[in-house]
Design a protein. Structure first.
Length: 95
């Protein structure tokens, strides 16, 4: 059995992949691997501009639970610099 996302979620996933793909430049990847720091303010700002940074905690428009999981999965797939942001999100959801 093959399960698929509905078309709206597939469009969201494609948008997320495209954004991450354009933001994860070879220079950023090199910086991450040479410094060992998995946070980049510019990358995070790009997510915030899209409304994707801590969107499950925002007062405004929120991502659905499915969209949140798609975003997190795509960030992990790309080995994106998001560990600091994810740690903040996890702690803030408990506080």
């Amino acid at each position: 059995m093959r399960m698929r996302l509905d078309p709206e979620l597939e469009r969201f996933q494609a948008e997320v992949r495209a954004h991450i793909s354009s933001a994860m430049t070879p220079e950023l990847e090199e910086k991450i691997y040479t410094t060992g720091v998995y946070h980049d303010a510019e990358f995070t700002a790009g997510l915030a501009e899209k409304g994707w940074y801590a969107a499950d905690l925002a007062d405004g428009e929120r991502l659905s639970p499915f969209q949140t999981q798609i975003l997190i999965a795509e960030l992990h797939r790309a080995d994106a610099p998001m560990y600091l942001g994810e740690t903040t999100r996890m702690v803030a959801s408990v506080v």
